[in-house]
Design a protein. Structure first.
Length: 297
């Protein structure tokens, strides 16, 4: 009888992540997959414009740093090419720029680009919480309060889209206020689904999303938010989640750094992203902790 109960509990733990009534009745339990913000609440610690500007600034810096590999994209966007050549000239303080490839350009790692752009580096490492597994740390620099410090990557599922098999035993499913789900698991079926959707949406040389967060070396160094652990009595929350819909005018050449992709190809709504915003100043060496039930009003 005891063995049967254990097996039933095991099966339930695997199934409950897609069971809506269970989600509704267990909001008080601190689970990575649960986050409760009432419909009337405002999930905005900073303005969407600030999130947009941070992503734009970071992605532009990554693009310029990786300029030598962008020739195919720039050949199709001559006006954009001129803009980036000007930016590159200013940043490198040089008088000449060769057509598509900038000869002699020093290439930084994505983490170095992040530090040079925003003043900090975030990295995955063993969490300071016992039995918590992987966590995310500010490994270099300083992060002021109200700063986008990370992004939650993954496949974006609208309401009623199939996520049953991906959800089995999956602790990385994030629920947005309106019921949109983001599967941030970088392994197994979730990984395969993301890669398939990403390659489905690629338009010639234009990548509509970033697959590199599925590896140990993400090209977008902010895309580690799924590994941020929940706060505890000993470790107070220092970041909170904020939902952000990517506007239609987001530069097409920079979408290659967005770590999210929609599951349904025919959707006309904007891509949902989730960023993590600091609740206070965070110093070098500190681990990030979120409150999955943070309500910002």
């Amino acid at each position: 009888e005891a063995a049967m109960l254990q097996e039933l509990r095991r099966r339930w733990r695997s199934y409950r992540y897609r069971f809506v009534p269970w989600l509704a009745l267990n909001l008080r339990r601190q689970r990575r997959t649960l986050r409760y913000v009432p419909e009337s609440s405002q999930d905005k610690l900073i303005a969407d414009e600030d999130v947009f500007e941070t992503l734009l600034k970071t992605f532009k810096a990554l693009f310029i740093n990786d300029f030598s590999r962008q020739a195919d994209i720039l050949a199709l966007l001559p006006e954009v090419k001129c803009q980036y050549l000007e930016l590159l000239t200013v940043e490198q303080k040089c008088s000449k720029v060769n057509s598509c490839n900038y000869q002699g350009q020093h290439v930084f790692t994505p983490e170095e680009v992040l530090f040079n752009t925003l003043g900090f580096i975030v990295s995955r490492d063993q969490s300071s919480l016992v039995s918590a597994g992987t966590g995310v740390f500010v490994t270099k620099g300083f992060v002021p309060k109200g700063t986008v410090v990370s992004m939650y990557p993954g496949t974006v599922y609208r309401k009623h889209e199939p996520i049953f098999f991906q959800s089995l035993g999956n602790p990385f499913i994030f629920r947005c206020i309106d019921g949109v789900l983001i599967d941030g698991n970088d392994k197994g079926l979730s990984r395969s689904v993301y890669r398939s959707c990403s390659r489905r949406d690629q338009l010639g040389p234009f990548q509509m999303s970033d697959e590199s967060w599925l590896t140990a070396s993400p090209q977008n160094p902010l895309a580690v938010g799924q590994y941020v652990n929940n706060c505890s009595h000993e470790k107070a929350a220092n970041v909170c989640y904020q939902e952000f819909d990517v506007p239609g005018h987001f530069p097409v050449e920079l979408k290659q750094y967005l770590p999210n992709i929609v599951y349904s190809h025919d959707t006309e709504s904007h891509l949902r992203c989730v960023v993590l915003v600091t609740l206070r100043d965070i110093k070098q060496g500190e681990e990030l902790f979120s409150n999955y039930y943070t309500v910002v009003s």
